[in-house]
Design a protein around this ligand. Structure first.
Ligand code: GLC
Length: 585
């Protein structure tokens, strides 16, 4: 600290976007961190070696700066090293929570860290510790559960797996987004929690919302990311009560707090100037500024404010100490660079086997009628010899991975390596059964059963926000069910749902003989066939209450609410269940 100039100290507090800074600028300024926002791969390409070459050049530049302070390179490894082509893609957190398997969650995080560290990155912006209450929210799938106590268990396991004793292939974890993101009005992303700070303080207690952060801190989380949402109209990024009084003084967090992408821009300030927003965030407790494209202005604001006596050098020193301590604790001063041999760890068969296990354990069997006097539908399926697989989502790796995959929003198509649901089924039983595939359900009259895949189009953040009228699958997909029944009224209909949340299926429930929530399973779609036809039974359970209609979401946690699938639902292959009567919408 005593060697550092004011400019070098402030440079440590900046996190530009990759596209807005060159290695030379990193070296000349001694920048503290750089990020790749969702999908921001290196300009030379998206293969692991492209990522490694770029990130390594940035880290080496930081080491060549006057003081040679190693740099934190941050990336959204939220379900594997998901930006990178060929990396292992795990189920999104909503599926991991459904497994109930904390040991598996920690193993997934360890592998995620290994495949992230392999490209030279040393900071994963994960785990998300939100506990979504309203599935209209586009980030519901990033949450392990609606229950904060369950989120706390998975979050701690994930932090432990990512940081893994700061061994050679570990990365810094990031407990995010602090705090209250799952309680915004109508589930609006970056929206407002419509209650006073006093009421919110009571909610923190009654809903145990601090538990995930207490557990993450106990697990050693070295970074926390502020949330975009506001409470009572005040943005978390500018809320000193939450970022300092609660997080620091009450919970004892000693790591660094980073703002979210351009998050400080949303802080309401008297004159609306950028300078006021930067100073408000600093005063609230932000240590590092994720200011992807405004970072130079941000530096100028902080340097000028110290030189003009508007802020004390002590406040800057406090943040710089926290940042340097994270780097020391991680061993970055001793091991700042990644061995290129680590690239071999990306997408290995062993890693994919763990992801396949996660897919198996994440499946939740929600409906399973009797096919005969003796067999349930899922038992009878294993004896059928003529089976149809229906729907575009059944054979699309991008769709089954969902958002935050290769690109920020994800997209349909062959976007990376892996196995689709259909390929998994064909590999498992293609020899002994007649498997027919149809994108739209036409010409399948002879099939004894149809596995009908209904899928959400990949999305992320606000792009995934829905209203009470459109939290449904596309009508072109829903029509497939009637098309099949018209061809053969005896055909058993098994709905396989690829969705990032409890989605409205009120009009489909009665038409289905079985319903499976498969969430967003990631690259190893063969995990589905392992349970449908292999040696594994269903073990997953709902971590989210599933109402009949989106209009019931606000009441779904009340005693009198009649929901479609209660929290904790999940059948085995031999079990069946009597569902509640569909209420009038
Ligand atoms: C995004 C997200 C946050 C992510 C960050 C960097 O807007 O809110 O979860 O870590 O920006 O990509």
């Amino acid at each position: 600290m005593q060697y550092m100039t004011l400019k070098e100290k402030v440079a440590q507090m900046m996190q530009p976007e990759r596209m807005d800074i060159s290695p030379t600028m990193v070296k000349n300024l001694g920048i503290g961190s750089v990020l790749s926002g969702g999908g921001a791969s290196s300009s030379s390409g998206n293969k692991p070696e492209d990522w490694y070459a770029y990130i390594n050049s940035v880290e080496e530049a930081a080491l060549e700066a006057r003081l040679g302070i190693p740099l934190l390179y941050g990336i959204d490894s939220v379900h594997g090293d998901n930006n990178v082509y060929g990396a292992t893609i795990f189920p999104h957190n909503i599926g991991i929570g459904a497994t109930g398997d904390l040991v598996l969650a920690e193993e997934i995080a360890e592998i995620t860290a290994e495949e992230t560290h392999a490209i030279g990155a040393n900071w994963a912006f994960a785990p998300c510790l939100g506990n979504a209450q309203n599935e209209l929210w586009g980030r519901t799938y990033e949450c392990f559960s609606e229950d904060a106590d369950v989120v706390a268990q998975f979050g701690a396991a994930y932090v432990s797996g990512l940081q893994n004793g700061f061994g050679d292939t570990s990365v810094a974890a990031c407990a995010k987004h602090y705090i209250g993101e799952g309680y915004t009005f109508m589930g609006v992303n970056q929206g407002n929690v419509n209650m006073s700070e006093e009421e919110f303080a009571e909610l923190l207690e009654s809903e145990h919302l601090l538990e995930p952060y207490i557990s993450a801190i106990e697990a050693g989380a070295v970074t926390v990311m502020a949330s975009y949402n506001s409470v009572d109209g005040k943005k978390c990024h500018g809320n000193k009560w939450l970022l300092t009084d609660v997080l620091r003084d009450q919970l004892g967090f000693e790591g660094l707090v980073i703002s979210d992408y351009d998050g400080i821009d949303q802080i309401k300030v008297p004159n609306g100037t950028y300078k006021e927003k930067v100073l408000a965030a600093l005063d609230a407790g932000v240590d590092m500024f994720m200011e992807p494209y405004d970072w130079e202005d941000c530096m100028d604001v902080l340097i000028d404010a110290v030189q003009d006596g508007e802020i004390s050098i002590d406040r800057i020193n406090l943040s710089v100490e926290r940042i340097l301590k994270v780097k020391f604790d991680m061993g970055l001063f001793e091991h700042p660079l990644t061995d290129p041999a680590e690239l071999e760890a990306i997408g290995t068969p062993e890693h994919r086997e763990v992801a396949r296990q996660a897919v198996r354990e994440s499946l939740v069997l929600l409906k399973n009628d009797m096919a005969t006097e003796e067999q349930t539908v899922m038992e009878a399926l294993r004896d059928y010899t003529d089976i149809a697989v229906v729907g575009k989502g059944a054979n699309d790796i991008g769709t089954q991975c969902g958002g935050w995959t290769i690109t920020w929003t994800g997209m349909a198509g062959h976007i990376t390596e892996g196995t689709t649901v259909l390929e998994g089924i064909e590999q498992a039983v293609g020899e002994e059964k007649h498997i027919t595939y149809s994108e739209d359900g036409s010409e399948l009259g002879d099939a004894q059963a149809a596995i009908v895949v209904l899928s959400e189009i990949p999305y992320s953040e606000t792009g995934g926000d829905r209203n009470k009228g459109n939290l449904i699958f596309m009508s072109s997909q829903r029509q497939m069910i009637d098309r099949l029944k018209e061809q053969n009224s005896d055909m058993k209909i098994i709905l396989l749902l690829l969705s990032g949340r409890p989605i409205t299926i009120a009009e489909e429930v009665k038409k289905a003989d079985a319903i499976i929530a498969a969430w967003l399973p990631g690259s190893e779609g063969q995990g589905v066939a392992d349970v449908l036809f292999g040696d594994y039974d269903f073990t997953g359970h709902l971590e989210f209450t599933w109402p009949w209609y989106a209009s019931d979401i606000d009441d779904k946690h009340t005693e009198e609410s009649v929901v479609l699938f209660p929290y904790g639902s999940g059948l085995t292959r031999s079990e069946t269940v009597e569902l509640s009567e569909k209420p009038e919408q």
